[in-house]
Design a protein around this ligand. Structure first.
Ligand code: NAD
Ligand code: AHE
Ligand code: ZN
Length: 378
C-alpha cells in the first residue's frame, strides 16, 4: 500500500454535536517528513468531546478526532529516518523537532516545540494541506493525531517510537491524559515528599495527578469532585481524603478546604476545565509559595480572574500542556516505566469498545460519569 491512497474506515465529525460517522475515507500517502500509521486502539479524552461539542476555538469540521492512540507504521514519506514500517508508535500532539535551532527543544523547562503548531491548529499537515478526504471533500486533521481512523498520517516529529512490551490498549493512554496528569505533578510542579496537594476533578487526568503525587511522597492528597462515586477509586489511587462541593452544609469548597488547612496547600491542580474551579484552586494554594496548575481546558470565551493580591502574597499560577513531557524522548521512557510496573495504568481502562463502528459508545461512556478511559479497538 506504500505510496498509494488507502480507502479505510474512520469516525468523522462532520459537524459539532452530532454523533461521529463511521464511514469510508481516503488517506493519502505520507509526504516529506510524514508517517502513515495503521491505528490499533484509541482512547477518548475529554478534550475530544470538548471539541466535538463546539467549545474549542480551534475546532474545525469536518475532522477526525482522537489523540490518545497507538499504531504501527505502515509507510513513511521522504526523508523520514526516526521510524520505519513495522515500528510501534504513539502519535503525540506535542511534537519534538530536536533541531539545533529550536529554542523550545533545547530548553529543559518546556516541551512546547512550535515547529508545526500553526498548521496543526488549522487542521493541516505541515505543508498546509490535509491527507484526509471523502470523495474529494477535504476532512481536517485534529491535534496532529486524528487517531479515530484505521489509518492516519502524522508528522515524523510527532511520532514517539515505543517498545511493544506493554499491551496496546494501555499504551494508547500515554498519548494524552495519563501522561499529562503524571507530568503536571512530576515536571510542572515537582511535587516533593511531605507536600500537601489538592486535585479538582477526579477523571483520568486528575487521578493521574493523584497517583504521581503519591509516588512523589505527598503527605496529604485531597480529591474534589461533584460526583462522589469517584471517591472509592480516588482513594485507591492515593487520595487521603475526598470532598464533594455539593455536600458541605452550605459552606463553599474553598471555605471548607481553608478551614482544614488555614495557610493553604503546597500544590493544587485544576483537572475540570471550569474557570471558577481554577480560581478556587489558585486561592487555596499556600500563602507565600503555593503553586496552582491549570490542566483543564476551558471553553471558548471563558477567562480566569482573581485578585492580584493572591499573587502578590506569593501564590503562583501555572499551567501544563502534555505534562511537560518532551514527547519523542520521554513517552518511550513512560512506556518503559509502565512495563516494569513502576507506573501501573490498567485501572484507568474502565471500558473497552470493540470496533470503531461503536465509537459513539465511548462518548456515552465518558459522559456517564462512570468512565475513566474507554479504549476503542480499531
Ligand atoms: P473527565 O471528564 O473524565 O473528568 C473531569 C472530572 O471533573 C469529572 O470527574 C467531573 O465529575 C469533575 N468535575 C466537573 N465539574 C467539577 C467541579 N465543579 N468541581 C469538581 N469536579 C468537577 O475529563 P479528563 O479526561 O480527566 O480531562 C480533564 C480535563 O483536562 C479536561 O478539561 C481536559 O480537556 C483537560 N486535559 C488537558 C490536558 C493538557 O495537556 N493540559 C491534557 C488532557 C486533558
Ligand atoms: N485549542 C484550544 C486549546 C486546547 C488545549 O489547550 N489543548 C491542550 C491539550 S488538551 C489535551 O487533551 C494543550 O496542550 N494545548 C497546547 C497546544 O499547543 O495546543 C484553544 O484554546 O485554542
Ligand atoms: Zn487529551
Amino acid at each position: 500500500t506504500a505510496g498509494q491512497t488507502i480507502t479505510c474506515k474512520a469516525a468523522v465529525a462532520w459537524e459539532a454535536n452530532k454523533p461521529l460517522d463511521y464511514t469510508d475515507i481516503q488517506v493519502a500517502p505520507p509526504k516529506k517528513g510524514e508517517v502513515r500509521i495503521k491505528v490499533f486502539a484509541n482512547a477518548l479524552c475529554h478534550t475530544d468531546i470538548y471539541t466535538l461539542e463546539g467549545h474549542d476555538p480551534e475546532g474545525l469540521f469536518p475532522s477526525i478526532l482522537g489523540h490518545e492512540g497507538t499504531g504501527i507504521v505502515e509507510s513513511i514519506g521522504e526523508g523520514v529516518t526516526s521510524v520505519k514500517p513495522g515500528d510501534i508508535v504513539i502519535p503525540c500532539y506535542t511534537p519534538e523537532c530536536r533541531e539545533f535551532s529550536c529554542i523550545y527543544c533545547n530548553n529543559e523547562n518546556t516541551n512546547l516545540c512550535p515547529k508545526i503548531r500553526a498548521f496543526q491548529g488549522k487542521g493541516l499537515m505541515p505543508d498546509g494541506t490535509s491527507r484526509f478526504s471523502k470523495d474529494g471533500k477535504t476532512i481536517y486533521h485534529f491535534m496532529g493525531c486524528s487517531s479515530f481512523s484505521e489509518y492516519t498520517v502524522v508528522a515524523e516529529i510527532s511520532c514517539a517510537k515505543v517498545s511493544d512490551k506493554i499491551d496496546v490498549n494501555q499504551m494508547c493512554l500515554l498519548g494524552c491524559g495519563i501522561s499529562t496528569g503524571w507530568g503536571a505533578a512530576i515536571n510542572t510542579c515537582k511535587v516533593r515528599p511531605g507536600s500537601t496537594v489538592v486535585v479538582f476533578g477526579l477523571g483520568a487526568v486528575g487521578l493521574a495527578v493523584v497517583q504521581a503525587a503519591k509516588i512523589k511522597g505527598a503527605r496529604k492528597i485531597v480529591g474534589i469532585d461533584l460526583n462522589s462515586e469517584k471517591f472509592t477509586l480516588a482513594k485507591d489511587f492515593g487520595c487521603t481524603e475526598c470532598w464533594n462541593p455539593k455536600e458541605l452544609d452550605g459552606k463553599t469548597i474553598k471555605e471548607h478546604l481553608i478551614s482544614l488547612e488555614p495557610w493553604g496547600y503546597d500544590f493544587t491542580f485544576d483537572c475540570t476545565g471550569i474557570t471558577a474551579v481554577m480560581r478556587d484552586a489558585l486561592e487555596i494554594a499556600h500563602r507565600g509559595f503555593g503553586e496552582s496548575c491549570v490542566i483543564g481546558v476551558a471553553a471558548s470565551g471563558h477567562e480566569i480572574s482573581t485578585r492580584p493580591f493572591q499573587l502578590v502574597t506569593g501564590r503562583q499560577w501555572k499551567g501544563t500542556a502534555f505534562g511537560g513531557w518532551k514527547s519523542r524522548t520521554e513517552v518511550p521512557q513512560l512506556v518503559q516505566q509502565v512495563s516494569t510496573g513502576e507506573l501501573p495504568i490498567q485501572k484507568y481502562i474502565t471500558h473497552e469498545i470493540k470496533g470503531l463502528q461503536n465509537v459513539n459508545q465511548a462518548i456515552d461512556a465518558l459522559h456517564s460519569g462512570k468512565c475513566l478511559r474507554a479504549v476503542v479497538h480499531i
